[in-house]
Design a protein around this ligand. Structure first.
Ligand SMILES: [Zn+2]
Ligand SMILES: [Zn+2]
Length: 260
């Protein structure tokens, strides 16, 4: 639910961020100039059709139908899904009362350490799972196929395009790291910020944008971000880490080189 809602930000970026489409990652790899298509008089015309995910379904270059298609897609799939998700939580808490939140806030150091550690551990634990979904047995590979149907230049909606098993593995890893803290129990505020950060980073990496304020630009050489994950979706055998680059550039690098 949080992912679907957060995905709306990068998904609608072209509507409210000036010049956003100039920063779209083009197809496999990134940094290529916008694709050109031939007009009736033979002149090359910049096309934005590749700026939408391969499943967006809008390829006529007209902005209005694209907006309508995009809005309807989110209303139908994401907003409706969020309503069902919230209703399920409401029903759950009718049966089991939610425990009270701690009144004392965490220190700034504790908040920073718990959130940073949570992101590091999520990435560390999910990377081998993700690698196995590409290089493991067929049954394991099969649960990741749906997510890789999103190719070309990604759109943020691809964040939540996955099989139930695939999404469940991500959620289980996330739940596990939410219990890990040098202070024993992870503070509720740290868990909340962790969920916001994980969700944003996932939506960002599926956004198909290479913008100056994005995490891979703010922390070059540390976070791989959208360019790497866009490449992963198209090539499949590169850049398995969700957030960082250190495993992809070290222990997974020989496999990458061998595969090329
Ligand atoms: Zn993958
Ligand atoms: Zn992905």
């Amino acid at each position: 639910m949080l992912s679907s809602s957060t995905a709306l930000i990068p998904q609608t970026l072209h509507l409210w961020y000036p010049g956003a489409l100039d920063h779209r990652i083009e197809g496999p790899g990134h940094g290529h100039p916008p694709r050109r298509r031939q007009t009736s008089d033979g002149e090359g015309q910049v096309s934005r059709e590749s700026t939408e995910g391969s499943r967006s379904g809008d390829r006529d270059g007209s902005p209005s139908p694209r907006v309508i298609t995009s809005a309807w897609f989110f209303l139908r799939t994401k907003v409706a899904g969020s309503v069902v998700y919230l209703a399920a939580i409401y029903l759950f808490h009718l049966c089991k009362a939610k425990p009270p939140l701690p009144l004392a806030p965490p220190s700034a150091v504790r908040l920073a350490v718990e959130v940073a550690l949570g992101l590091f551990l999520y990435d560390l634990f999910f990377t081998p799972v993700h690698w196995a979904m590409h290089n493991g047995p067929t049954w394991l590979k099969s649960i990741h196929v749906v997510h890789h149907e999103a190719k070309g230049t990604l759109s943020a909606g691809a964040t939540v395009r996955h099989s139930l098993a695939d999404g469940s593995l991500q959620v289980l890893v996330n739940i596990a790291v939410q219990f890990m803290s040098p202070w024993g129990a992870k503070h509720a505020l740290s868990r909340f910020v962790h969920n916001l950060a994980v969700t944003w980073l996932l939506c960002e990496s599926h956004s198909g944008y290479d913008l100056p304020f994005m995490s891979h630009r703010l922390f070059p050489g540390v976070i791989g971000g959208a360019p790497r994950h866009n490449d992963h979706h198209n090539r499949g055998n590169v850049f398995y880490q969700q957030f960082f680059v250190y495993l992809d550039d070290t222990v997974l690098a020989p496999r990458l080189n061998a595969a090329q």
